[in-house]
Design a protein around this ligand. Structure first.
Ligand SMILES: [Ca+2]
Length: 552
């Protein structure tokens, strides 16, 4: 926010010019009597270096030559602001601040898009925005004139979760860093352009999806549209319990070498391909075409017992313990009384993709596993989700009766699955879009379905709720890109059309990338839940036009 006595330079110049044009006497506006020359884009950017924001310092640089290259893209001319809010020393003697980056294009379209983080955060990111435009020629949103902001979530250090030892860092990561970053971004935009954003959007995946949901619940006036992809809505409780549940099942069936289980060998790639092919054999054609994608997953009743070896394990079957572990993966974690702690995973052929293995099994051939259940989730559990932290906790020792209680304190301020009404966000007309891959190995699509159904039930049912929430499930997709799926899709433009023109998306046009190993350039509609993409029975099965959105 501006200090009261500092009139923004651009506003001063414009207002003075306007008054002069109307014949009003000059010298009546605050302490800026003179008509100031119009600032160039470079000057307007530089002026931001002197802006006063609460407990925030900024450095502003203008890339006037349009030669700034970020992530391989030469960006159009813009002003980039790197800022730090609430610099302080934490309980461990470590330095903390809420870092953020805001890029403001010279040719602004009046919109702000906040891009969420992910993992344990700790990186600021590029702040060039999501890819938008037709699937064959997408470009970062900043190229279309969006102002884009990102934050590190209140700590640095990349994936490491040990910031969680600092109580304020936990609060910053839960919600405060996003609040402060959004407020600062809007204030800086007002300084740079002379007005606040006409519309503001949020887009994020995984932890970024959680951050978007945090805005809908805790800061419901900040954004007009929120896009939450494969959101971590129950991460400080159920989903992390599920990760360790799966980790324990898989460790139990891993071959023992030199006295230690080798997690990555619990299932060979051939085992996972066998599983995927059996799922396809049973369920692929339920959507009208055997194309390697199971769109009608709700009609798919798959039990891995059909793959169980009658005798010794061979390449054509799975051992009984391997089958049992998969059944537990698909049914989800329970405590000793059988009470569910999280939903299970969808039986989807995307399970044979490297993106599934990376989370569940890893590739380490030593006694030290490198699966993300361990490297990311167990680390977050030890330092951030347990209260107090338990830095030496062994994930194989997770107690499903007592350890979930140690996660409750963080979950209550960090998780976003509980508020299934979104009263204030919906009252201001906010729109909400979810995307979730059916083969997601960490946040189950079933959990997002559960949330959307609860939200809908509180607002007159799914048909009525379609006015403000849409869920697009992505068959074959893992956690992020790289599934056996059509995962190249512009999410932001349909959200903008929805918010600004009232055109709610019934489906999104998605494509597989040109270098996809199974179906390059294939296109599909992603249908708004509960509809799925069904083959029309005629036409090229590689193209979206041959599919329609249907229900069972
Ligand atoms: Ca199919």
């Amino acid at each position: 926010m501006n200090t009261p006595n500092r009139f923004p330079a651009i506003l001063a110049a414009l207002s003075a010019a306007l008054l002069a044009a109307c014949g009003s006497p000059g010298g009546s506006i605050g302490s800026s009597p003179a008509v100031k020359p119009r600032l160039s884009a470079t000057e307007a950017c530089s002026a931001l270096g002197g802006v006063h924001l609460p407990v925030t310092t900024v450095v502003a640089t203008h890339n006037a030559e349009a030669t700034a290259t970020v992530a391989g893209t030469a960006l159009k001319a813009h002003c980039v602001v790197d800022g730090k809010t609430s610099e302080r020393v934490g309980v461990d003697g470590k330095s903390f601040a809420i870092g953020f980056r805001l890029r403001m294009p010279d040719e602004w379209n009046g919109r702000l898009v906040f891009v969420g983080g992910g993992g344990n955060d700790g990186n600021i990111g590029n702040a060039i925005g999501p890819l938008v435009g037709p699937t064959d020629k997408m470009a970062p949103a900043i190229q279309q004139g969006y102002a884009v902001v990102t934050t590190d979530g209140g700590h640095t250090g990349g994936a490491a979760a040990d910031f969680g030892n600092d109580p304020q860092a936990r609060v910053d990561h839960a919600y405060n860093a996003y609040d402060k970053t959004a407020v600062n971004a809007k204030a800086l935009i007002a300084e740079r352009y002379g007005r606040r954003p006409d519309r503001s959007y949020f887009i994020g995946g995984s932890g970024g999806g959680r951050q978007g949901m945090m805005f809908t619940q805790r800061f419901p006036n900040y954004f007009d549209g929120v896009i939450a992809s494969y959101p971590a809505m129950r991460v400080a409780s159920g989903a992390t319990a599920a990760a360790l549940w799966n980790h324990i099942q898989f460790t139990n069936v891993a071959p023992v070498e030199n006295g230690s289980p080798i997690l990555s060998k619990a299932y060979s790639n051939a085992d996972l391909a066998l599983l995927a092919n059996r799922i396809l054999e049973q369920c692929d054609a339920l959507d009208g075409v055997a194309d390697g994608m199971v769109n009608n997953f709700r009609a798919c009743r798959f039990d891995p017992v059909v793959l169980q070896c009658p005798g010794a394990k061979t390449a054509q079957c799975l051992s009984a313990p391997q089958v049992t572990a998969l059944q537990r993966l698909f049914s989800g974690p329970v405590d000793s009384a059988g009470r569910s702690l999280y939903v299970g995973q969808v039986a989807d052929p995307g399970i044979q993709r490297p993106g599934w293995r990376a989370w569940a099994l890893g590739s380490s051939t030593t006694a030290t596993p490198d699966s993300r259940y361990v490297t990311l989730m167990a680390d977050a559990l030890r330092w951030e989700f347990f209260t107090p932290p338990d830095p030496t906790f062994n994930p194989l020792a997770f107690n499903f009766d007592t350890d979930p209680q140690r996660m409750q304190a963080t979950s209550l301020v960090y998780d976003t699955y509980r508020d299934d009404r979104l009263k204030a966000y919906l009252a201001r007309g906010g729109k909400l879009m979810f995307v979730h891959g059916l083969a997601d190995p960490i946040f189950s699509a079933y959990d997002t379905i559960d949330y959307v159904e609860r939200l809908a039930a509180n607002h007159g049912g799914m048909a009525a709720a379609r006015s403000f929430v849409r869920l697009f499930l992505m068959p074959g997709a893992v956690h992020g890109a790289g599934g056996r799926s059509t995962d190249v899709v512009d999410l932001l433009t349909p959200m903008v059309e929805w918010v600004e023109k009232g055109a709610a998306p019934d489906s999104l046009l998605a494509a597989a990338p040109p270098n996809h190993d199974l179906f390059p350039n294939r296109t599909r509609p992603l249908c708004a839940y509960p509809r799925f993409a069904k083959y029309r029975g005629t036409g090229n099965a590689e193209t979206a036009a041959s599919f329609s959105c249907e229900t069972n």
